[in-house]
Design a protein around this ligand. Structure first.
Ligand code: 13P
Ligand code: SF4
Length: 355
């Protein structure tokens, strides 16, 4: 993974913190705190046990107070765990929603509760704001599958063919591309270019999925998501045999034989919308496991089967890491200005197209 643009441990002039980290860890879960935090616990009580809440509640209170002191917002991806997603996230959603909202926020500080490429995208759209990622090692197997030099080599191999880059890439890669896409707008972006052939990189399975939806010839790269590539049709078949009424909803980063079994395929937002709209009796969300918990928190009537594939990068973001991030203003994500100009163009072109 390339994290070369992030300044580790950057010293910043910031107001004295109200809560030293050690006092939070030891904070008492008093009856008064329990009462104060009750409305937030109500949001997650179906998926967070009372014992877990005793540990989470003081941190959530401290984070929400620090956010006000810093004039900060937390952008929480759908794969965050429920106590983060529902209790400290201000803007929540899929990659496209987070990118769009990042460009609208009036906060001074953005904390990305997600992975590094998402923080870079937020920085591209907010060059004058401070963008923090709570853990610099929160990468992505798709982003690390390709470099800017690879894209330049592809352009030489396919002269004149436009390059569409999935947002799950570094700023260096975005800078070499014509336009970005996410899983929710990839078909629209590809067709907007008016070209008979398009390079859609780096996710091979997303490219194959888009190929089933368009007549434009898609040229792919062999990058894969380490979470979605682990799902197999055999595994899904066994769940379906156990209960034939179970609905299967898949993310387009899954292998084609998995997508072939799905009742619906879409971005994380589209998957959530499908469940909220159709309210199936029982469903498998074939994607990162925490998302099922986030939807289950709001849909107690739906039963979720959970083949629990966790994204090790997303799971680096914890309440403790977010707290430390806001307290110490770490770790600031920056992008080389020369790279940022070109990468921003590719992201903004996508955002403008889908607005
Ligand atoms: P979405 O754009 O659907 O949120 O996907 C992002 C991601 O990282 C999926 O693994
Ligand atoms: Fe990357 Fe896959 Fe993790 Fe999404 S789930 S951040 S695509 S490794």
């Amino acid at each position: 993974m390339s994290v070369g643009n992030a300044n580790v441990g950057l010293e910043r002039a910031c107001p004295a913190p109200k809560f030293p980290a050690s006092s939070i860890v030891k904070a008492d879960f008093s009856p008064a705190l329990a009462r104060e935090m009750e409305p937030l616990y109500a949001k997650v009580k179906h998926v967070v046990t009372p014992m877990e809440w005793v540990h989470y509640a003081p941190l959530i209170k401290a984070i929400n107070e620090l956010k006000k002191e810093r004039n900060a917002v937390i952008l929480a991806h759908n794969y965050m765990t429920p106590e983060i997603f529902h209790c400290v996230g201000d803007i929540r959603g899929d990659s496209l929603q987070l990118a769009k909202e990042a460009s609208r926020t009036s906060a001074d500080v953005i904390v990305q509760a997600g992975v590094h490429f998402m923080a870079e995208t937020s920085k591209l759209l907010n060059p004058d704001k401070t963008v923090l990622i709570p853990d610099l090692l929160a990468g992505c197997s798709l982003a690390s599958s390709i470099t800017g030099a690879d894209v330049r080599a592809l352009r030489e191999a396919y002269p004149g063919v436009p390059v569409v880059t999935y947002v799950n890439t570094s700023a260096d890669v975005k800078a070499e591309s014509d336009i970005c896409c996410t899983s929710s707008n990839a078909v629209q972006v590809v067709e907007s270019l008016g070209s008979p052939r398009v390079l859609l990189i780096p996710d091979e399975y997303l490219a194959k999925y888009v190929q089933t939806k368009t007549k434009v010839e898609i040229i792919a790269w062999k990058g894969h998501c380490e979470v979605h590539e682990r799902f197999t049709p055999e595994e899904l078949e066994s769940y379906r045999q156990a209960d034939p009424g179970t609905k299967i909803i898949a993310h387009p980063e899954c292998p084609p034989d998995v997508i072939a079994m799905a009742d619906f395929t879409g971005s994380t937002k589209a998957m959530i919308d499908w469940v909220k709209d159709k309210r199936p009796r029982k469903v498998i969300l074939v994607t990162e496991c925490s998302m099922s918990s986030n939807v289950a928190a709001e849909s107690p009537d739906v039963e979720f089967v959970r083949p629990c594939n966790l994204c090790p990068h997303m799971k680096r973001i914890s309440l403790e890491a977010i707290y430390e991030s806001l307290l110490k203003m770490q770790f600031e994500v920056t992008v080389d200005p020369a790279v940022a100009v070109k990468a921003r163009r590719a992201v903004e072109r996508m955002v403008n197209l889908t607005n």
